[in-house]
Design a protein around this ligand. Structure first.
Ligand SMILES: [Zn+2]
Length: 212
């Protein structure tokens, strides 16, 4: 029943080196609740360390992780919608001003979908069912030219999830009122580079200084 040693050691380092120096901040978060800058929808992939990428601290990010960072369309009759529940909570209760869909390089989920298209995946698995959210994916020719086919698929997945977020009326309304901004990002594991979807619907590196 023991945790792996690396996790026990890591936990105690966290207690000493991170929690103790920020005790006041943690206490404040416990008492006043969370007010995160953004919700981030990221992949489960262990290489995508969301808080590290944004150098974020406790309380900064409301993170939902699932296979291939997907958002289903609004489906009130559906059964167990973990991602939709998190989106709803972030938008309606926490009233986050930003929702970020964060794709990443070498995404096993997106690769599995491409295998599925070739008939190489068991259609009855949970993963295959979940990845049908990528059905009808429109891969952008410009993305293929600017990056490569694998990345272009991942970017198309990010675009699809952004489109699905806009099927939630509450989000569409908050976006129209200027209370919410939706962002599409992609993280390259090897280089650490994050590109973002801009106003022209192009993915480009995040500039060093935040735009005014
Ligand atoms: Zn992934």
């Amino acid at each position: 029943m023991r945790l792996p040693k690396s996790l026990i050691d890591g936990y105690w380092r966290f207690r000493r080196e991170r929690h103790a120096p920020e005790k006041g901040r943690y206490r404040q978060l416990a008492e006043l609740g969370q007010s995160p800058t953004a919700m981030v929808i990221a992949c489960c992939d262990a290489r995508v360390d969301v808080s590290a990428i944004f150098d974020a601290g406790p309380g900064d990010l409301f993170i939902m992780r699932n296979v291939a960072n997907l958002v289903p369309p609004f489906e009130p009759e559906g059964k167990f919608h973990g991602t939709s529940a998190a989106v709803e909570y972030a938008a309606l209760v926490l009233k986050v001003p930003n929702i970020i869909v964060l794709g990443h390089s070498h995404c096993g989920g997106v690769a599995a979908y491409r295998e599925k298209l070739k008939g190489n995946v068991d259609e009855t698995s949970f993963i295959a069912r979940w990845l049908t959210l990528l059905d009808g994916l429109e891969v952008n020719e410009r993305d293929i030219a600017a990056y490569d086919k694998e990345t272009a698929f991942e970017l198309a997945g990010v675009r699809q999830s952004l489109a699905n977020l806009r099927t939630f009326d509450a989000l569409k309304e908050r976006e129209a009122e200027g209370l919410l901004t939706l962002h599409g990002l992609h993280f390259d594991i090897a280089s650490g580079t994050v590109i973002e979807l801009d106003e022209r619907d192009h993915f480009a590196p995040v500039p060093e200084e935040a735009k005014a």
